[in-house]
Write a protein that binds this ligand. Structure first.
Ligand code: CP
Ligand code: NVA
Length: 331
């Protein structure tokens, strides 16, 4: 049966079958080809979407806006202070109002329960643009990017997530790898490992797809023969600044550096959802350097700038993949 996601929300990768995920990835490649060729694709003219951001963003916001404009749609952006949601109006009431005006709603913010509640009440598709627990749109872009570098297919590839292995990006990578028959390793300190429940769920999925899920506290063993080494910030949005001292202490041994690529596959690539702290050219980077004496955090500048680094392909693919998600759910 052909895949149809029409009318569906996109809240977490767990909600989708391997075929549905593969369909979104290939649709992302298709939209990228159209964009590169200059082929117009204003397939959703007359429709409108709203973007609700309770946390900051560069890639996700711009991807939704450009994708919507390329598809011929209207788009409204509401910043963290720009709506009544939460303070003067409940999530459910906000969803019911926006669902009367818009054809789709993007939400970036805090608990996964919020985006689930929006979707339960909106009557139109809701897309998760990042919650504390998951970052599912990032996964379609990441899998597109890996496929560009390994065109023989995703199944069987080994992806190691280094660092804060319990955050939204790590959780989502573990799920998508399990769904697509990949070998996922969460490598970090014991305190920052994914929840046992999610690990068990992913192991059950992986048992069906030929993938595997491993937990490790040893970077050199974890990265052996890996095709992908992935990392993310050590303190995520919404977490208190006071965590920096503890996280630096815990996560320093899990910094991604050239030494890890010496044991990885020859063709191995470096990935990061961005933004990244690889130098001191940001206010946070500068402050951390002054306070803790570390000028590079989750990844060294050498690896970030190396030929193996595909982080800007990954960032570009956010737009093509988000266009695929909007189109597939609204067409
Ligand atoms: N990767 C990502 O979601 O980036 P933004 O926070 O800039 O949207
Ligand atoms: N884990 C990061 C991802 C940013 C795209 C955060 O939540 O801040």
């Amino acid at each position: 049966m052909p895949v149809s996601l029409s009318g569906r929300s996109f809240l977490k990768i767990l909600d989708f079958t391997p075929d549905e995920i593969r369909y979104l990835i290939s649709l992302g490649h298709e939209f990228k080809r159209m964009k590169m060729a200059g082929t117009p694709h204003r397939y959703l003219e007359g429709k409108n979407i709203v973007l609700l951001f309770e946390k900051t963003s560069t890639r996700t916001r711009c991807s939704f806006e450009v994708a919507a404009m390329d598809l011929g749609m209207g788009v409204t952006y509401l910043d963290p202070a720009g709506s009544q949601m939460g303070s003067k109006e409940s999530i459910a009431d906000t969803a019911r109002v926006l669902g009367r005006m818009y054809d789709g709603i993007e939400y970036r913010g805090f608990g996964q329960d919020i985006v689930e509640e929006l979707a339960a009440n909106a009557g139109v598709p809701v897309w998760n643009g990042l919650t504390t627990e998951f970052h599912p749109t990032q996964m379609i872009a990441d899998m597109m990017t890996i496929e560009e570098k390994f065109p023989t297919g995703l199944s069987g590839l080994k992806l190691v997530f280094m660092g804060d292995a319990q955050n939204n990006v790590a959780n989502s990578l573990m799920v998508v790898c399990a769904k697509l028959g990949m070998h996922f390793v969460a490598c970090g300190p014991k305190k920052q490992m994914p929840s046992p429940d999610l690990v068990e769920t992913c192991r059950e999925i992986a048992a069906q797809t030929g993938g595997s899920i491993e937990l490790s506290n040893d970077p050199l063993t974890a990265c052996k023969d890996a095709q992908v080494i992935y990392t993310d910030v050590w303190v995520s949005m919404g977490e208190p600044d006071e965590l920096w001292a503890e996280r630096i202490e815990l996560l320093k041994p899990f910094q991604v550096r050239e030494e890890l690529f010496a044991v990885a596959a020859d063709s191995a690539i470096f990935m990061h959802c961005l933004p990244a702290f690889h130098d001191t050219k940001t206010t946070v980077g500068k402050r951390v350097a002054e306070k803790f004496g570390l000028t590079e955090l989750e990844v060294t500048d050498e690896t970030f700038e190396s030929a193996r680094s595909v982080v800007f392909d990954e960032a570009e693919n956010r737009m093509h993949s988000i266009k695929a998600i909007i189109y597939a759910t609204l067409k």
